[in-house]
Design a protein around this ligand. Structure first.
Ligand SMILES: [Zn+2]
Ligand SMILES: [Zn+2]
Length: 284
């Protein structure tokens, strides 16, 4: 059986392999296709697609967008076969990146108001050149002895509802699916099992998303157990959605997850490409 992997990350977001090396690793793993789906960016796609080789895996340009989850928090949508040159998608991603960059100074200002001696430079240094996030704020608070550990940093300051929490500005699911569709891509709900919803609640969410343009479900996923996978395949069939699947490979940032194999038991059959491509071509 030929295998594929339609969910991977490179150094363009939080993976450790450059985009071209993701393509090379897929060739070495004997995969028939691989999609690069970096978080909220298409910046790796040019390098990724340039790494195509005759007889090598089919390279699918993709993206993974964080969107508002009904009831609070976030969830992820994967877009497959997006055109990175499409201007609405490019502008939408730029807005998301700007909002992310603007969030960190707001958290610093709030902490300063609360009497904590902290600067943005310290937090940026803690991130070591990577994307700055709340764990880096927690680390600085621990290093300065403001709190005893990261748990206290989140509890007193950083968690949702705590005084230095700043809501992330995210796309709504409808906005994200419109951007993906506008760029010629197929929208897929990423790792539905990680939402930890009762099956009936998940099914209602998926129906609502389908009304807004959802085309597929990521039934095959590294952290789905066999019964979750079965239920999601059944749900996709019931709701007339196509099936996708991937490992969520991040290189050394997720050492337990191998490209195309997940934790060792993931098998995403290449046959699902047919349905995904029909969905793509139906977009016209
Ligand atoms: Zn995700
Ligand atoms: Zn991912």
């Amino acid at each position: 059986m030929k295998l594929i992997d339609l969910h991977t990350h490179s150094t363009a977001s939080d993976g450790t392999l450059p985009p071209a090396q993701v393509a090379e690793a897929a060739a070495q793993a004997g995969l028939a296709a691989v999609a690069l789906t970096d978080h909220d960016t298409t910046e790796g796609l040019a390098e990724f697609r340039a790494a195509a080789t005759p007889g090598g895996p089919e390279l699918v340009p993709g993206v993974e967008l964080s969107v508002d989850r009904p009831g609070g928090g976030s969830m992820h949508l994967v877009g497959l076969w997006v055109d990175p040159a499409e201007p609405c998608l490019a502008q939408g991603l730029e807005r998301v990146q700007t909002a992310r960059v603007e969030r960190n100074p707001k958290i610093v200002a709030r902490l300063q108001e609360l009497g904590v001696d902290i600067t943005l430079d310290e937090v940026v240094a803690a991130a070591g050149g990577g994307q700055v996030g709340r764990p880096h704020f927690a680390q600085v608070l621990v290093d300065k002895g403001v709190v005893a550990g990261p748990g206290e940093a989140f509890g007193r300051f950083l968690k949702r509802g705590a005084p230095a929490y700043m809501e992330k500005e995210r796309l709504t699911p409808g906005q994200a699916m419109e951007l993906i569709r506008g760029a010629g891509g197929v929208s897929v709900l990423a790792h539905p099992g990680l939402l930890e919803l009762h099956p009936a609640v998940l099914e209602q969410l998926v129906k609502d998303l389908k009304d807004q343009g959802l085309m597929g479900l990521e039934a095959y996923y590294s952290e789905h157990n066999p019964s979750q996978e079965r239920r999601l395949l059944d749900m996709a069939a019931r709701l007339d959605l196509v099936v996708s699947g991937g490992s969520d490979f991040h290189g050394h940032n997720k050492p337990g997850i191998r490209l195309g194999a997940g934790q060792g038991t993931l098998r995403v059959p290449a046959t699902i490409l047919t349905g995904l491509k029909q969905a793509r071509d139906a977009l016209g």
